[in-house]
Ligand binder design. Structure first.
Ligand code: GBH
Length: 537
């Protein structure tokens, strides 16, 4: 019995394995944050003079587009509860908060002839609240909530969007730029354009596959560049901030080490990330050559008179090149591309489509743990490979990881999320310390559960759980919130760290059944363990 107790205490003792000289810490300059987006958290969809956006429109006119038929009319109600959000940021100890501004809250019609006083007040309050608590505001101008009035004109497929996006950005810089020094223009071109203008997944569900998506991407890139130049020329001299774009990419893991498989992965990366990044971050500018050739050739075969991929003028190529102060990166998962070109696989994509232009099928490696969502499998080393790919492809630009996170069905004990965070941050740490990738910040998606677009409220990405059934949208920290807090406090990753019972219990004990269940589990496992040991020795 004594031996078993001894063994048990060794087994459970939280010794600190990361002490000593070889401690791997995040560099001093490295910043940590958490991310959200206006439409996913604010609610208050029609208070005061807020205008309708494309997600209001989609969810109100076609609830069947959303897995649980829900909408973001109230969501986390952060419009009213932003002070509670700020409390949570302080609890976590983050350096910055990445939130987004709702275009149609600030400009109800989408146009800058009318600025909402209520919208101004809300974002001023939020920004002032953050600053008063020593949290750096990091504002995204566009996180998918286009004013419906602009969609009525074609949205991102109408080149005139460049002017209207510039007008909106100018109002934002004039109103908030004295206090907001970190800006992102646009969040994720592939999601906006592929899911919104090629498929019936995201608003506005314009199904113009292989044409509308490329056109949208083209105008989004030009809009970004216009706003970067606006800031650079007009606002930076006095406001002295920085502004970049956030791109989305999987890592395309080669199927094997063979030359052919590496070439497939490389071409896949150009279609995924190169499409968005090459015009801005490469030294030659413009779209990647493989993308231009593939879309041109297929367009000709298909009888079009010119490429479905729009063409940048020489002036535009110059205008875009270098037009970002950093590369914002959203990353969640890896894929493997395969040059099988199976007809059944391809038949799920319309003709024409970006997928057919690429011509590969894709799958998740059998070793990558699946998640509850079909688009997402866990491969933390992929993040390190991706960061290295960016470093080599674009001469080591500054990278800010603007999103990375994990989804569950809920519950406060989120060990899978904890592992995901630890392992992905480990990957980032290695990319910085071993490979000298210029990564300067990491922002976790998300501060709290929120409106997960066409998945509604089914999937939870939050460090904080939100009770969407409660009147005041009660937020409670998950176990991962304590782990993230500890990483930020120590600036290192300790995969053995678990929050002490008292930390965790304090916030959750009263209100949550799951913590009780967890205690019961730990208790019964301990008893079984002790009994086993007792019989063994
Ligand atoms: C981020 O995009 C978004 O910026 C953020 O708003 C969102 O909450 C977060 O992801 C979590 O999903 O494309 O049909 O497979 C990351 C890209 C968006 C890719 C959701 C997968 C699922 C629908 N992901 N998407 S589909």
């Amino acid at each position: 019995m004594i031996i078993s107790i001894f063994l048990f205490s060794i087994f459970t003792f939280r010794f600190d394995l990361v002490k000593g000289d070889d401690v791997r810490k995040f560099p001093d300059y490295f910043k940590f944050g958490v991310s959200t987006a206006a439409h996913q958290i604010e609610g208050a969809w029609n208070v005061s003079d807020k205008g309708e956006n494309i997600w209001d429109h989609l969810t109100h006119t076609k609830p069947s587009a959303i897995a649980d038929g829900s909408n973001a009319d109230v969501a986390c109600d952060s419009y009213h509860l932003y002070k509670r959000d700020a409390d949570m940021l302080v609890e976590l100890g983050v350096d910055f908060y990445r939130f987004s501004i709702s275009w149609s809250r600030l400009l109800p019609n989408g146009f800058s002839n009318k600025v909402s006083q209520d919208g101004l007040r809300y974002y001023n309050n939020l920004i002032d609240e953050l600053l008063s608590r020593n949290i750096t505001p990091f504002a995204t101008l566009y996180h998918w909530d286009l004013p419906q009035k602009l969609q009525d004109l074609g949205g991102w497929t109408n080149p005139i969007i460049v002017n209207y996006f510039e007008d909106y950005a100018r109002v934002a810089f004039e109103s908030f730029g004295n206090r907001v020094k970190n800006w992102i223009t646009i969040n994720e071109i592939p999601q906006i354009c592929t899911n919104g203008y090629a498929k019936d997944i995201y608003a506005p569900q314009v199904m113009s596959s292989g044409i509308g998506d490329y056109l949208c991407g083209h105008n989004a890139l030009l809009s970004h560049a216009r706003v970067w130049h606006l800031y650079n020329d007009t606002f930076r001299p006095t406001q002295k901030g920085r502004i970049g774009i956030t791109l989305y990419s999987h890592w395309a893991e080669p199927e094997s080490n063979s030359v052919e498989d590496k070439a497939i992965s490389e071409r896949g990366m150009q279609f995924l990330l190169g499409w968005q990044a090459h015009p801005i971050f490469s030294s030659e500018g413009d779209y990647p050559k493989v993308l231009k050739e593939a879309v041109y050739n297929r367009s000709m075969e298909q009888g079009y008179s010119h490429s479905r991929l729009p063409v940048f003028t020489l002036e535009e190529i110059k205008y875009l090149k270098g037009a970002s102060d950093f590369l914002g990166l959203n990353h969640y998962t890896s894929v493997v591309f395969r040059n099988d070109n199976k007809t059944e696989w391809m038949s799920q994509f319309p003709n024409p489509s970006k997928e057919r232009d690429l011509g590969y099928d894709s799958y998740f490696h059998a070793n990558w743990p699946p998640t509850i969502s079909a688009w997402f499998a866990v491969n933390p080393p992929g993040l390190k490979h991706l960061l290295n790919w960016i470093k080599n492809e674009y001469t080591n630009p500054e990278v800010i990881i603007t999103e990375n996170g994990y989804l569950t069905r809920g519950g406060l004990i989120d060990v899978d999320r904890i592992n995901y965070i630890n392992q992905n941050l480990q990957s980032v740490l290695e990319a910085i310390l071993d490979d000298h990738c210029n990564v300067t910040a990491y922002s976790l998606w998300s501060l709290m559960d929120n409106y997960e677009w066409n998945d509604g409220y089914r999937f939870c990405f939050g460090l904080y759980e939100v009770d969407f059934k409660s009147e005041n949208r009660t937020r409670r920290p998950r176990m991962s919130a304590y782990v993230y807090k500890e990483i930020l406090r120590t600036r290192m990753i300790n995969p053995y760290y678990l929050p002490s019972f008292s930390d965790f219990q304090y916030e959750t004990y009263k209100s949550s059944a799951s913590i009780l269940q967890c205690h019961m589990k730990i208790f019964s496992i301990s008893v079984i363990f002790l009994l086993m040991m007792h019989f063994l020795f």
